[in-house]
Ligand binder design. Structure first.
Ligand code: 13P
Ligand code: SF4
Length: 361
C-alpha cells in the first residue's frame, strides 16, 4: 500500500472519506467482503458486511468464496482467514501493524522449548494435548496441528477442553492464562490440578512432581486490555448500583470472572444485553468500543463500563476510515494492498488444528 496515498487521506474531511468508502464498496460489489470484529470503532464497523467474535468470523471466512476479504480486526484474525480460505482468495489487513499483545506473548521457539522441557519429565506426545487460543500466530496453530492439538476461542473453550481431555490426560494451554483458568474453574477443575508455565523459567517455574500431577498447564500470558479490570471495580459498581449485572470477557482475571454474573465472548455479551427484558443495569468488562456501542444501541438499559479507566484495544483502533479506504482503493486498482499470507510451512498444519475446532461446532 502506498504510504503517500494513505497519508494524503488524512488531509480529507471524514464525511468525504466515509462517502468514498461507501461508493467504492458498492462499485466493488461481490468482489469484496468486509469482516469486522466487535471491537472495531463505529466509523469502520458500519461498513462491515458481517460482524462477529473470533469464532463467528473464522466460520464466515471458511464459508465465503469472495475473492477479496478485508479483515477489520487484528493480525491473528487475518491469518486465520488466510488459512481457511482458498489460494485464489486474498485477505487484507487494513493496517499491518494491528497486532495483538497477547498473541505476542508466546512465540514458536518458546512453545517448542516448553514442549522439549515437558518431554524431559513426562511423555508429552502421549500425555499432553496442546491447545492454542485463536489469539496466537499461525506457527502456534501449526504446532497444535502437528501434535494432535486444537484451537479454541473464548466462545468454545469449554467444549475444546472437554475434547482435549478426552484424548490425553493433560492440556498445555497458551497463550492466555486467564481464558484457560476461568474455563477450567467453571468446569470444576481444582487449583491443585492447574499450574502456570512461565516461559522465562526452567520447567516453567515448576517442579517435576507438579508437572506430573497437573491436568492443566497454563501459559503465563494475558491481555493488556482485560487485565485492567479489577474485582474492586465490580465491588464499587455493586455499591453504587444495587442490582447491577456484571458481564465479563473470560480474558479478565479470575477474580473479576468469579464476581461477574455472566462470563462470555464478545458475541455472547452482546446477545446477553440484546435478550435482556425490561430496563436493566449492566457493567461490562470488555473493550471500550463495544461497550459504548451497546450503550447507544440499548437506551432502555443503563450500560456502564466496569473500569473507571479507559481500557481500549489500541491495535484494534488502528483500523480507521483512512486505512479502510486505502484497502478498497488497492483492490479497485488491482494492487495487493496489505495482504496477509501465511507461509506454506505453517498453512496445512495450522488448518488441521483450526478445522478440528470448526468441526466441533
Ligand atoms: P472474542 O472471540 O470474544 O471476540 O475475543 C477476541 C479478543 O481478542 C478479545 O480480546
Ligand atoms: Fe489482543 Fe487484548 Fe486486543 Fe483482544 S483486546 S485483540 S486479546 S490485545
Amino acid at each position: 500500500m502506498n504510504d503517500d496515498i494513505l497519508s494524503s487521506l488524512y488531509d480529507r474531511p471524514e464525511d468525504e472519506l466515509l462517502q468514498e468508502i461507501a461508493r467504492l464498496k458498492q462499485r466493488l460489489g461481490d468482489q469484496v467482503l468486509i469482516l469486522g470484529h466487535h471491537y472495531q470503532r463505529e466509523e469502520v464497523i458500519r461498513f462491515a458486511d458481517m460482524t462477529g467474535d473470533s469464532l463467528k468470523l473464522a466460520h464466515q471466512a471458511a464459508q465465503t468464496a469472495v475473492p477479496h476479504i478485508i479483515f477489520c480486526g487484528v493480525h491473528f484474525m487475518a491469518e486465520t482467514a488466510d488459512i481457511l480460505t482458498g489460494a485464489a482468495q486474498q485477505v487484507i489487513l487494513p493496517d499491518p501493524a494491528a497486532g495483538c499483545s497477547m498473541a505476542d506473548m508466546a512465540d514458536d521457539a518458546q512453545v517448542q522449548h516448553c514442549w522439549q522441557q515437558l518431554s524431559s519429565v513426562i511423555d508429552a506426545e502421549a500425555q499432553v494435548t496442546p491447545v492454542t487460543y485463536i489469539n496466537s500466530t499461525a506457527a502456534l496453530k501449526a504446532f497444535c496441528g502437528e501434535h494432535g492439538g486444537i484451537v479454541c476461542t473464548s466462545s468454545n473453550a469449554e467444549k475444546i477442553l472437554t475434547w482435549s481431555w478426552q484424548r490425553r490426560e493433560k492440556v498445555l494451554f497458551f497463550p492466555d492464562q486467564h481464558l484457560g483458568e476461568n474455563t477450567a474453574m467453571r468446569m470444576g477443575i481444582p487449583d491443585t490440578e492447574m499450574i502456570i508455565w512461565d516461559p522465562a523459567l526452567p520447567l516453567g517455574g515448576n517442579t517435576e512432581q507438579a508437572i506430573a500431577r497437573a491436568r492443566l498447564i497454563l501459559w503465563k500470558g494475558f491481555c493488556s486490555v482485560h487485565q485492567m479490570f479489577k474485582a474492586s471495580h465490580a465491588a464499587t459498581m455493586r455499591e453504587q448500583h444495587p442490582g447491577v449485572r456484571i458481564l465479563a470477557h473470560p480474558e479478565c482475571s479470575r477474580e473479576v470472572c468469579e464476581t461477574a454474573d455472566f462470563v462470555g465472548s464478545t458475541e455472547a455479551i452482546i446477545r446477553h444485553v440484546q435478550e435482556a427484558d425490561g430496563q436493566q443495569v449492566f457493567a461490562i468488562a470488555t473493550e471500550l468500543n463495544l461497550v459504548n456501542r451497546l450503550r447507544l444501541q440499548h437506551p432502555q438499559h443503563q450500560v456502564f463500563f466496569l473500569s473507571p479507566m479507559v481500557c481500549m484495544c489500541s491495535t484494534m483502533f488502528r483500523t480507521d476510515p483512512q486505512h479502510l479506504l486505502a484497502s478498497l482503493q488497492a483492490i479497485a486498482n488491482g494492487e495487493d494492498g496489505n495482504r496477509i499470507i501465511v507461509p506454506d510451512a505453517h498453512k496445512a498444519a495450522a488448518r488441521t488444528s483450526l478445522q478440528r475446532m470448526l468441526d466441533l461446532a
